[in-house]
Every structure is written in C-alpha cells, then in structure tokens.
Design a protein around this ligand. Structure first.
Ligand code: ADP
Ligand code: ZN
Length: 703
C-alpha cells in the first residue's frame, strides 16, 4: 500500500494508526473495487471512504438518509480543511445552486446527498461530475428485512448501474447474514468484499437491572446522574408519556434535561438536539427516535428505562455512548410487563414471528447469568474467548445454591391461594405479614403463612422471578398478574426434581464494584485543566457555530490535559489534531496549557529575567554582577540574550560602534561561528568577553 493514506490520516485527521480493517478497505477502494463494510457505531466507518476521497482526483458521493447527521459530518470535514458539501431538503435554492456550482467546478471533494435528492438529480447535473467513489451509508435501509427500510434506497441500484467503473462502498452498523445478502443484491454491488470488524465496544460497561419498581427506578436514575453531573447521557423510554415523566422527575431534581419524541414538532426537536450536541443540555430522555441523526462523541452513559425490542436496537442505542473511546456506562432496566406488552404489539404487526423471536432473545440477554458481552457478541456472530470483566455479571458472578425447598414453599403458597394471586400477596403470606389484604382473605389460616419469614421481601421477589424464568411459574398478565404453576413447577413441588437458584445481588454489593474498567495507559488527566480546555472549546464552538466535539472531542482534550503540549510539534502529536486544526485552534489551547503550567509549577524565575529586573531598576552590569554574585561576563551574556529575545535592552550603551565593527570583521573571518574565544584571540585579547558577547547579539539581530 502506498503511504499516502497513512500520511493523510495523520496530517488531516491527526491520528497515528488505522483501526483494524480501515487500511484494507481503503486499499481495495483505491484499486477500484466494491466493498461492504460492517462496523459498529463509532467503529470508524467514515474514514474508509473519506481517505480514498482525498486520494482520488474527482468527487466522492456519499448517500445517507440521515439529514441532520450530514451537516455535522460536513462541518467535521471542513474543520479538518476538507472541501465538503451536503445537498438535501434542508438547504435553500440559493445554497443548492452554490453547492452545484462548486461541485461542477471540481472544487468539492466529498458531496453528501440524501437518497431522494440523489435520485432526483442523478440524470441532471450529477452526470457532469467526475465521480470517483460512491459510499452508501446506512446501507441496511435498502433491505426489507432490516428494521429501518427506506423505499428510496431501492432505486439506488439504477444509479449503481449507471457508474459501472466506479467503486461502491456499502456501510452499515447493523445487518445479519440474510440482510447482508439482500443488501448486496439490492444495491447491485459487484464482487464486493465483506469487511466485518469486531463489534466489541470494550469501553462500554454493561449492566442490567431487572424488576425494579418505578419509583425506585426513578430514584436510582436520579442518583446515577447526580454522581455524573456535567456529563452527557441519554435515557431511552418506550413511550412518549414515559419520556415526559422521567424528564419531569429529573428536572425537579435539578438536572439539565429535556424530553424528545416523534410527537413533537420538527423545530422543537431540532432545537433540543442542537442543545444536546452543543453540551447546553446534558440529559435527553427520548424514545428511540432520538440519536439516529447525531454523532456526538462524548455521550458518557445510556440508560434504557424499558426493555428494547431487540438486541440490534439495544446495541445500537448503547453504542451511542463513548464514541470517543473513553469509558462509558450503560444500564438496562427491564420488567416482565414490557416484555408482555411488546409481545402483544408483535402479534399485531408485520413479521410477527421474527419480531417475537427477537424479543425473546432480548429477554434472554436481560436475564442471563453469564457474561453479557459474550451473549451479545455471539448474537452478532462473534465469539469472545474469555469473559469481559466489564459487565455486571462478570463483576458480581452469581452464586447458586439448591433452591428446591424455597421453590416448594413458594409453589405451595401459590397452590393454596388458588393460583389467583399476584407476587406481592404471595410474598406477604410467605413472610407472615400482618397486611390488611392477608387478613381480609383469611390467608393467615394457610399452612404456608409465615413459612418464609427468614427471607426478605426483595429477596423473595428475586427468587420468584427466577422461578418464573426457569419455567416453574407462569405470570398471567392477562389475569392481573396472577401466578400459576407450570407442569415443571408441579414436579418440583412433588419433590420429583431439584432446582438451583442464585443469591440476589444486593444494591451494596453492586456499589462495591469498581465503577469502570480502566482502558489503555491513561495517565493523569488534570481535571482543572480539562475543564478550562472545555471552556475554550465551548467558546470556539459558539463563535464558529459548530458543535463542540467538532472542534476537538473529549478524548483529544483529555490527551492535551495529560501531555501538556506547548509547542506546535507537541500539539500535532496529540491524537485528533491534524494540520488544519493545529493552525485554527492550536494557539488558543496551548495558551491555556502554558498558563496552567506556569501556575501549577511556580518555577524559580529564570536567571536572565532576574538580571532584567535589576537592569530595569537602572543598575549597571557591574553592579548587577556584584549583587547577584556572578561574573560581569555572565551579566553581559544575560543582557545579550534578553536583547536577542526582543526585550528592551539598550546594548549600545555598553560598547562603542568601533568595537562592534571590529568584532563583526573577526566574526565574518571566522565563518560566523559565533564562539567567543576565537574572536577574543583574533582581536589579540584587546576586546573583553563581555563586549564581544554584546557585539555579537547586536550583529546577529541585524543579520
Ligand atoms: P461510524 O461512522 O462507524 O459510527 P465514525 O466514522 O464516526 O464512526 O468514527 C468514530 C470516531 O472515531 C470519530 O471521532 C473518528 O474521527 C474516530 N476515528 C476513526 N478512525 C480513527 C483512527 N484510525 N484512529 C483514531 N480515531 C479514529
Ligand atoms: Zn462480562
């Protein structure tokens, strides 16, 4: 492979290394061949067509259905000095003409279009362009089997056929095997090579919390965000109503939060999205409609308030956290009610069998007692060798015990209450509680009343859910959630079969776990400085009207706060700093670092500056030498240096012009070496070292 892509990676984007597969994909594209790129959100798909776009002489067309994302992507490219434009329904006719004009003149390197626009212009001015590459982003939208089918995408095949010699690249973060084939066919890719990168996002911690009552759930979320003030996050809810409720709760608790759903008007949604992207709003509570169109790299956490419909959606949504690669947290809350509700939806909808199957897999994941990342990745066809260590199961491995007796107590309670009561009443009976309900129904007379006193309410709840998950009990949601005993449950009740249960994990135990697995060699990031840098970034982003992360992402700022660059070269060595950004923003950020350094380590003031101070007080070099207990030659040397640095020092008062002239001649005869001793000797030791030093400073400054 030639070096150009790697050079561009560094000089334009500021990165040292390609991520896995990027280089291969780029090489293949430069050879003019088609590719199919399957990478997780944040995996670095864009780079795969952006670098070839810079290598080719001509224009690269990028098709994406996500209109709001286009603007950000184009801004990000521009901030790196790349000539990019977008063409979609959001721009005015005047702007359209400008875009067309630039493209026709060959000034545009990358042009982003929505599929509708592409189709509508593919037979007009688009034909006049020198198209060298076509990238089809969100390629899954072409497949009816996917979850996000867009009819316009099916017309792209015609476009493909009109450019038989041009390499096409399909990119997506979500497509299982059957969808992949479908996509290739629909788009008319030729001998395309499939590139699948690892879907493992190690920086995301995974946690699942099951069966948490609503009130507690809200409290937990509030505490969670409280401990992460100033960080950005998203809460995903099932319903619009939920988003409003949760947002209201968090707002009352004093958090910077907005809700977002498809029922709001477009302007309102646009505003909320922009404020989130710009870090003006920290938390968004949204239905899944939010996030498709944003590319915010510093989302630090994602919470699912309800069970997602399938693992594809879940993984994509948690994937919106930590795109910058920094540790980020995800929590999934679920209860059986969500599951039942969705099952009913699925019954009514299209593809009912498949959707239900996906929902079942989602539930299995939520209830799993082994490494969650393993389960998740295996769903996407990837097999981890060892446990991840960064999920709740890995951090608190469940301990199991023979739960037959406990199960029998619960089952017999259910039987004796006529299989018509719910979980709360069952637990109250088992624990021998004095609850009114229990008395009213005369359950104090039951043999099982009080047989489970020793187990807490919450633990019982956990065990009963485990019994349901193991298929001993059925929860009849259609009958007020009455508990019924299954055939398997009967066997256990009769003592024909033993079962295992796991100890519930207490909230305290969960808290004990290390918050997050540290990744890579993160050194000390000075938080104060990081905050200062963020302020500068925010100011620049307002001034230039771009999202803050487009200036620099959090990862880059953290690296600055760790490495403390103060020269251009040091600054360029920071990951994410290309030449363009160095020129645009480098000085402003380095100034903050310099200030920080001078405050952080009040170094002794430099010796020359001490001399300068005394000089300004009017002392002669000899007086300064005496005061500082240094030789006068040294003081002359200081003054010369200060003079060379541009400080206001009048050197001419210490030498006469004749001396300077003599020194100059000697200096020139000695090939301008500038060493003092040869000059001293050449002038027959008639001129002092101090005078030579001063003369040289004058000569060199005037050179
Ligand atoms: P995707 O389109 O796959 O969701 P992006 O292309 O937006 O992901 O890339 C995610 C982030 O990773 C971006 O901030 C991008 O600049 C960064 N990135 C891409 N390639 C590299 C690389 N080789 N080294 C470092 N960062 C990279
Ligand atoms: Zn794990």
């Amino acid at each position: 492979m030639n070096n150009r892509p790697k050079e561009l990676l560094k000089s334009v984007f500021g990165y040292d290394q390609f991520r896995p597969l990027q280089e291969e994909i780029i090489t293949r594209t430069l050879e003019g061949k088609d590719s199919f790129v399957l990478m997780p959100t944040g995996g670095g798909k864009s780079m795969c067509f952006q670098i070839p776009a810079l290598c080719f002489e001509g224009i690269t067309i990028v098709v994406s259905p996500l209109i709001s994302l286009m603007k950000d992507q184009v801004q990000a490219l521009k901030s790196n000095g790349i000539k990019a434009d977008f063409f979609n329904s959001s721009i005015s006719p005047t702007e359209e003409n400008e875009v067309i004009d630039r493209a026709k003149k060959g000034e545009t390197q990358l042009l982003y279009l929505s599929p509708e626009k592409l189709i509508s212009v593919s037979n007009s001015w688009l034909k006049e362009l020198k198209i060298k590459l076509v990238a089809l982003d969100e390629a899954h939208c072409v497949s009816m089997w996917g979850h996000d089918f867009r009819p316009e995408y099916t017309q792209l095949r015609v476009f493909r056929n009109s450019l038989p010699e041009v390499p096409f690249m399909a990119l997506t973060a979500t497509a299982d095997k059957s969808a992949r084939q479908d996509i290739e066919e629909q788009l008319g890719l030729k001998d395309s090579k499939l590139f699948i990168s690892s879907f493992d996002r190690k920086n995301l911690s995974i946690e699942v919390r099951g069966q948490v009552p609503k009130k507690k759930k809200l409290q937990e979320i509030s505490q969670f965000v409280e401990r992460r003030r100033g960080e950005s996050g998203i809460v995903y809810c099932l319903s619009r109503k939920n988003t409003e409720e949760v947002a209201a709760y968090l707002s009352e608790e004093g958090h910077s939060v907005e809700f977002y759903h498809a029922g709001m008007n477009p302007e309102e949604r646009e505003r909320i999205q922009t404020e989130f992207i710009n870090d003006d709003t920290k938390i968004i509570v949204a239905t899944i409609a939010f996030g498709m169109g944003i590319d915010k790299s510093n989302v630090r956490w994602v919470i699912h308030y309800n069970l997602p419909k399938n693992l594809e959606g879940y993984y994509q949504e948690i994937g919106r956290a930590g795109r910058d690669g920094l540790p980020s947290e995800t929590i999934l809350y679920y209860n059986m009610r969500d599951f039942v509700l969705y099952s009913q939806f699925a019954d009514d909808g299209a593809n009912s069998v498949m959707q239900k199957e996906k929902l079942n897999r989602m539930l299995q994941f939520a209830e799993a007692k082994s490494c969650r990342r393993k389960i998740l990745l295996s769903y996407f066809g990837e097999h981890l060798v060892s446990n991840c260590g960064n999920c709740d199961v890995c951090q608190n491995p469940p301990k199991s015990f023979d739960g037959t007796i406990l199960a029998q107590k619960a089952l017999s309670g259910i039987a004796r209450m006529g299989q018509k009561e719910g979980i709360t009443l069952l637990i109250n009976v088992l624990r021998g509680s004095n609850n009114a309900d229990v008395h009213e129904k005369n359950y104090t007379q039951l043999k099982t009343y009080g047989v489970g006193k020793e187990v807490s309410f919450f633990d019982w709840r956990d065990y009963i859910i485990q019994l349901a998950n193991q298929g001993l009990i059925e929860i009849m949601y259609s009958e007020n959630s009455a508990l019924k005993i299954s055939p398997l449950g009967k066997k256990v009740l009769k003592g024909e079969k033993n079962i295992q249960l796991t100890y519930p994990v207490t909230a305290e135990e969960k808290k004990k776990k290390p918050k997050i697995v540290r990744i890579a060699n993160e050194g000390e990031v000075n938080e104060e400085l990081f905050k200062e840098l963020k302020k500068v970034r925010y100011a620049i982003s307002r001034e230039e009207n771009v999202p803050a992360y487009i200036v620099f992402n959090d990862k880059t700022l953290q690296e600055i706060a760790r490495e403390l660059p103060v020269t251009e070269n040091e600054f360029l060595a920071i990951s994410g700093v290309g030449l363009n950004k160095m020129q645009e923003y480098g000085e402003e950020f380095m100034e903050v670092v310099r200030r920080f350094k001078s405050i952080a380590k009040p170094r002794k003031i430099p010796t020359t500056l001490e001399t300068f101070g005394l000089y300004k007080e009017g002392l002669s070099p000899e007086e300064i030498a005496e005061k500082r207990k240094l030789s006068s030659t040294t003081i002359y040397s200081h003054l010369s240096q200060l003079y060379s640095e541009g400080k206001e020092v009048d050197l001419m008062q210490y030498v006469d012009s004749n001396t300077v002239k003599k020194v100059k001649e000697a200096y020139e005869q000695l090939n301008k070496e500038g060493a003092l001793k040869p000059i001293f000797e050449k002038l027959n030791e008639n001129v002092s070292y101090g005078e030579i030093r001063i003369s040289l400073a004058i000569i060199q400054r005037n050179e």
